[in-house]
Each structure stands twice: as structure tokens, then as C-alpha cells.
Design a protein around this ligand. Structure first.
Ligand code: PA5
Length: 423
């Protein structure tokens, strides 16, 4: 992957150099385990430290669950978004490769969704992967109770064989339940927070069940870990560059960053990114608000605002350079739709021109664009991208002066909700 931007050139050298020097300190501190939240930096070396035996254990567990018709991944926030992002990015639309069907639950409290899910699973052979680091989060706990109830009815004593729990090594209600019921378990390391956990069993198990190569995913992430290591000069470090550019824009009134994609497979990658950056940076009344758009779809809805609304936006475009498919626009003798000017051109060529035209229009409308080039959508490249965004996120938050690894604000709604529910 590669990052393209001409934003640093628009600012005076002293400002840019001062940010580089702050980021150099931040990089050193992060690598030396100094700084707020440093007890949660286990993600930093996950790609190079995940052992072969852990991968094997995950793949073996996945093989067992693959024999079912459906696997429900139960989790919320960092306990599901990474898996959802990777699976959505790699899954071929309309393909049958996704046997078993992967279903996500426990990421909201919708009565309607859960009711219909239970009906849908009634006569299906299904398994459950329940993920909660704290083991006490209401949304997944509630969904898990309902699903386990159904599984118990279907399979009786054998139900536990169809359940995998991913949680803390000793704390929380889920761990207690897993021990009592003898579920297969994986541990979320203490030093890895939820939103940085996609390269632990939290993401790896569901991704493997969905049929994707987690070794390649890890290998991509490891590649990026090496590229962004302490040895790399900060001027060549693309995570530093992204953090720096975002900060420059933020200090100059750009309070909202929109992640833009031009292919629906990346919709959930943006959801993962939004959680990562929103929860890591939005503190002490500071932080860029992370938003997302799916183009060209949203050019026909949000495009107007982006072009002409409040000038507080910048965009980060994920550009997939090569599609895994090749589709040409056919020639039509009658040409009643007037599209023969595109005949024999690839659909992706048309998409790319739409992208180039949009970037140009937004730039001229004072919406700065950062473009992240990705060669193609595969496990290796997604692994690189994940590690890149995680590292740049830590740098960005530290540059803003906040602890990237806590989320004190999330507790407020929980307190009120539990009070109302008389917990
Ligand atoms: O990033 C985080 O820490 C959060 O988004 C959590 O992942 C989310 O709240 C779910 O928590 P848990 O895994 O403890 O159920």
C-alpha cells in the first residue's frame, strides 16, 4: 500500500517539521512502552509474535465449526467489527463460498432482529462464537443467552461442543460460564484493547471460519509491522505521515474525516476504522469525527454536502488499484442508452474515472483528499492496512494529547441504562 497526499506542501515548513519532531518522540515512546495507556500496546508486535501453534489451534477450531450450516459471531465494538470488516472485504458478493453462513449478532439490542434470527436458526445446525473481552457487556450477553437457549433445546448436552468463547483469561461472567459449561475458549491478551484486537482470536477465528487465510492476513500485517518499525526514518514512515496530515488538517478547522470507498466490499472496513479512531481520539473535547461514505452511491446523497456544505471536512479515499474481476461494457447496436462511448471499457475503468473526477471536484471545493492505494483486495493487503491504521491511530491520538487506549465516555450510557434496568 501507498499513501498519496499533497497536503503537507500547503503548510509552512516550520509547522510541519515541528509535528515531525513531536511524532518522533511519540514513536520512540510508543516503542519503548512509555506514555499513557502503554499497558495496552500488546497489538504493536502481535503480527510478529503470534505463534504457529496458536494459528493452528484457531484453524482447527474453525474446521470443526465449518461443518455447521451457520455460525453466529456474537460481540460488539472491537469484539466484532474487525472480523466483519475483513470478511466483508474478501467475500465475493453472491458467492456460495460462505458455507457455513456467517451471521453477526449481539451488536445491538433489536428485539426484531433477534426474534427473526432465532426463527431462522430454528431448524439449522448452527454454532456460536461469543466474544467479549470484559465478559460483561450487555448486548452480546443478552444475544448469547437467547442463542444458547435455542442450541440447548436443539442439542441438549452436546450444545457446548458448538460454542467457542473468546474472553479474558480469568475475569468476567463469560469466563465463568465457559469454565462451567466447558466451552472451547481463546484468550484475549490483557495488553490488547478491543478495537486493536482483530489480529488476535477475536478476528482470526471468525475470519478463518469464513474460509479466509489467516496466515496471509498475519503475514501482511507483519510486513507492515516491519515497514513501520523503530528503524524506519520518520520521513519514510507512512503511519507517521497519515497522523501528521490528519493533525495538520484538524488544527486548521477540518474536524471531520470521511473515509471514502468506491466498492461496497469496503463498507465495513470503514466501520472498523470509525470505531478505532472515534474511540481512540474522541476525548477531552478533542478529536476528529470519523465518518464514512460509499461512493459512487453516496455521491447521490451526501455528495452535495461534501461539495458545498460546511468546510470542515477532509477525505481519506481507499483506492483498490486492481479489481479481482474484469468486466467490460458491451457494445450495443441500437445504443438507445447512449453508452457506446464506454463500449469495451472495463466497468472498473469507469469507476476509476468517477473517483478521479470526484477527488478533483472535492479538492477544488476545499475538501482535502488523502488517497490510500491498495494493490488489490486480498488477505495480505488487508493485513497491511489493518496494522497501518492501528499504528497511525496511536500516533494521532498521542499527537492530540489523549490516551488512545481507554474509552471512559462509553461508560456513561451503560450507567444510565443499568440504572433504568435496575441491574
Ligand atoms: O474497543 C473497545 O474496547 C470496545 O469497543 C469494546 O470492544 C466493546 O465495548 C466490547 O467490549 P467487550 O469485548 O468487553 O464486550
Amino acid at each position: 500500500m501507498n499513501i498519496k497526499q499533497n497536503i503537507t506542501n500547503r503548510f509552512d515548513k516550520t509547522t510541519v517539521e515541528s509535528l515531525y519532531s513531536q511524532l518522533e518522540n511519540i514513536k520512540n515512546n510508543l516503542h519503548n512502552g512509555i506514555g499513557e495507556g502503554s499497558e495496552f500496546t500488546g497489538w504493536l508486535h502481535l503480527p510478529s509474535e503470534v505463534g504457529e501453534s496458536k494459528i493452528q489451534e484457531i484453524e482447527q477450531t474453525a474446521e470443526k465449526l465449518k461443518k455447521t450450516d451457520a455460525v453466529v459471531i456474537v460481540g460488539i465494538g472491537g469484539s466484532y467489527l474487525g472480523a466483519k470488516a475483513v470478511i466483508s472485504a474478501l467475500q465475493k458478493p453472491f458467492s456460495q463460498q460462505d458455507k457455513p453462513e456467517i451471521i453477526f449478532a449481539g451488536n445491538h439490542i433489536s428485539d426484531t432482529y433477534l426474534y427473526h434470527l432465532l426463527n431462522y436458526l430454528e431448524n439449522k445446525n448452527f454454532g456460536i462464537v461469543v466474544i467479549s473481552k470484559s465478559g460483561t457487556t450487555l448486548e452480546p450477553a443478552l444475544a448469547f443467552r437467547l442463542l444458547r437457549n435455542l442450541l440447548n433445546k436443539q442439542k441438549g448436552e452436546k450444545a457446548s461442543e458448538y460454542i467457542v468463547a473468546i474472553t479474558d483469561k480469568e475475569k468476567g461472567a463469560l469466563k465463568k460460564l465457559a469454565d462451567k459449561e466447558n466451552f472451547k475458549t481463546f484468550v484475549i491478551p490483557d495488553n490488547v484493547g478491543g478495537r486493536f484486537s482483530v489480529l488476535t482470536p477475536v478476528g482470526l477465528l471468525p475470519i478463518s471460519i469464513a474460509g479466509f487465510d489467516i496466515k496471509k492476513l498475519i503475514s501482511g500485517a507483519k510486513n507492515m509491522e516491519e515497514k513501520l518499525s523503530l528503524k524506519t526514518n520518520i520521513k519514510d514512515d507512512i503511519a507517521i505521515e497519515y497522523a501528521l496530515v490528519r493533525n495538520l488538517l484538524y488544527q486548521n478547522g477540518k474536524k471531520i474525516e470521511i473515509m471514502a470507498n468506491y466498492t461496497p466490499e469496503l463498507k465495513y472496513f470503514a466501520e472498523w476504522w470509525k470505531q478505532l479512531y472515534g474511540e481512540s481520539e474522541g476525548k477531552n473535547h478533542k478529536g476528529i469525527f470519523p465518518a464514512s461514505v460509499n461512493f459512487t452511491t453516496d455521491l447521490h446523497s451526501l455528495g452535495q454536502y461534501i461539495q458545498d456544505g460546511e468546510r470542515i471536512l477532509f477525505e481519506t479515499v481507499l483506492n483498490i488499484k486492481n479489481t479481482n474481476t474484469k468486466l467490460e461494457v458491451p457494445f450495443d447496436n441500437d445504443n438507445l442508452d447512449g453508452l457506446n462511448y464506454l463500449a469495451e471499457k472495463q466497468v472498473d475503468f469507469v469507476n476509476k474515472q468517477a473517483m478521479t473526477g470526484t477527488i478533483k471536484a472535492h479538492e477544488s471545493g476545499n475538501v482535502p483528499n488523502i488517497v490510500i492505494d491498495i494493490d488489490s483486495l486480498n488477505e495480505q493487503n488487508i493485513g497491511e492496512l489493518i496494522y497501518f491504521f492501528e499504528k497511525a491511530c496511536a500516533y494521532s491520538a498521542y499527537l492530540l494529547g489523549v490516551n488512545p487506549f481507554n474509552q471512559p465516555g462509553v461508560e456513561d450510557y451503560k450507567r444510565n441504562m443499568y440504572e433504568l434496568l435496575k441491574k
